[in-house]
Design a binder for this molecule. Structure first.
Ligand code: C2O
Ligand code: CU
Length: 481
């Protein structure tokens, strides 16, 4: 009931957030759209002073922006990005979730662009590509967490069938890029220590589109389409609107068959979600909250800290005890007059495959002393010269992802190029069918995914999207032939 909702809202401890004096309106980011079948732009990665919550922060940006400019294209378009690396480290670009070729100057995680050098990316988005909320970020092994934590991340939107549904078209569209930062007093990014990296670095400064607690308005008539990206390297967001429901209409890889109602939604690093929100309740305002979530691994951290006499300053997972305010949604009208869509886009049923592979996600003691832990698939840390998984082109496979960590640390699993569907979680079927490219495998869980490898032969990777885990070895190479 309304009073129950109000009471629980009032009881939420928000002291830490209310002390923050910075409130800002969401700014429109720079947008590059394709025209006549071509998305063409220059993109530069570099270190820039950026105003974050009214303070100067020295972040890493694409074209000086955090988050990066939003790219928008359509199925069938060609993409040409002249990319320049003005960072002090090697880097490259990954088009997260896009079903495009992993070879050549396309979504190729093995490319290396040294500092000061340029490379032109060029690829074509297939004509049957699903519309959705994709993104881009650096992917040079060993530097991924650091560069993404510096701010390098932007949306890559494919427009298409979901945008054409009348009810979706009538809704007001907002993009919400979630990033967290750890800054010192001079506005410089804090370096993580070994513990931070094992746990996955997190910062206390939470931003939405580079803003602290921005306000979004729901147009009169009241239907808002929120398109979320978790661009944090390790932070999980357990999103809720103060006990008010929202309706999931799309996941990582595009639309669902119909909207699904949620009271809260967990967004692991790398994941996206599109939700519809109705403006229909007093006091004409919803706060978008990040509820506490324990992503595990603390026992290991405490043991190691005891051994090493270390204490961590930005330790993830444990840092958040109270709900945090991410943004506020306000609206004029009392009652939402716009209807929710009943049907969205049918999600294909994949054939049951003959091949089932088992992949164990785990943390291993390093042999060399002082090396701490390494993060692995099937006991093996990433080796750029080894193929871990050989797959035939034009097949469908089931992969059984088994999180065997003794410390029950969560790992969001991401596969490049080939979107998949989650079939079973701990033996239970998923409540709805959806296209994903990143799926959370909680500590102790077994998740079965079904992957069509239809085209795009070549080598690509899968990895944990807690990006420090990826840099510490939790990545494997799949060769599709
Ligand atoms: Cu968003 Cu391989 O990463
Ligand atoms: Cu992980």
């Amino acid at each position: 009931t309304a009073s129950a909702v109000t009471a629980s809202v009032a009881s939420i401890a928000l002291a830490q957030n209310n002390r923050n004096p910075f409130k800002s309106q969401a700014l429109s980011p720079k947008i590059y759209k394709s025209a006549d079948g071509l998305l063409k732009l220059d993109l530069e990665a570099g270190s820039h002073p950026i105003s974050l919550g009214g303070k100067r922060a020295y972040l890493l940006g694409y074209n000086g922006q955090v988050p990066a400019p939003r790219l928008e294209a359509q199925a069938g378009d060609t993409v040409r990005i002249r990319f320049t690396n003005n960072l002090t480290q090697p880097t490259n670009l990954h088009y997260h979730g896009l079903h495009v070729t992993p070879t050549g100057n396309a979504d190729n995680p093995f490319l290396e662009i040294p500092p000061g050098e340029s490379l032109t990316y060029k690829f074509t988005i297939p004509k049957n590509h699903r519309s959705g909320t994709y993104w881009y970020h650096p992917h040079h092994h060993g530097y991924v967490a650091e560069q993404v934590f510096g701010g390098l991340a932007g949306l890559f939107i494919i427009r298409g069938e979901l945008d054409e549904i009348a009810e979706i078209q009538a809704a007001k569209e907002e993009f919400l890029v979630l990033q967290d930062f750890a800054l010192d007093r001079n506005g410089r990014i804090q370096s993580p220590n070994h513990m931070d990296m094992m746990m996955g670095r997190e910062g206390e400064l939470l931003t939405v589109n580079g803003q602290i607690k921005p306000t979004f308005s729901i147009a009169s008539g009241g239907l808002l389409r929120l398109r979320f990206l978790n661009a944090s390297p390790s932070r999980f967001y357990r999103l809720a609107l103060e006990n008010h429901p929202f309706y999931l209409v799309a996941t990582d890889g595009g639309a669902l068959a119909e909207p699904v109602e949620f009271k809260e939604l967990l967004l692991a690093p790398g994941e996206r979600a599109e939700m519809l929100v109705r403006g229909e309740r007093e006091p004409k305002q919803y706060r978008l909250l990040n509820l506490p979530y324990n992503r595990g691994g603390m026992e290991m951290m405490e043991d190691e800290m005891g051994m090493m006499g270390d204490s961590s300053h930005m330790m993830g997972g444990k840092s958040q005890v109270n709900p945090q305010i991410l943004a506020t949604l306000t609206y004029q009208g009392f009652v939402s007059t716009l209807p929710l869509p009943k049907q969205l886009i049918p999600v294909e049923t994949l054939p049951e495959p003959k091949t089932v592979r088992r992949l164990e996600l785990s943390m291993e003691e390093e042999m060399a002393p002082g090396m701490g832990m390494s993060f692995t698939f099937n006991g093996k840390a990433f080796d750029p010269n080894k193929i871990n998984t050989q797959v035939q082109v034009n097949t469908v496979e089931d992969w059984e992802l088994v999180n065997v960590d003794l410390d029950r640390m969560d790992h969001p699993f991401h596969l490049h190029v080939n979107p998949f569907q989650v079939i079973l979680r701990n033996g239970e079927p998923e409540p709805y069918r959806a296209w994903k490219d990143t799926v959370l495998v909680r500590g102790g869980e077994t998740v079965r995914i079904r992957i069509p490898f239809r085209d795009f032969p070549g080598k690509t990777v899968y990895h944990c999207h807690v990006l420090d885990h990826e840099d510490l070895g939790m990545m494997g190479i799949v060769n599709i032939q």
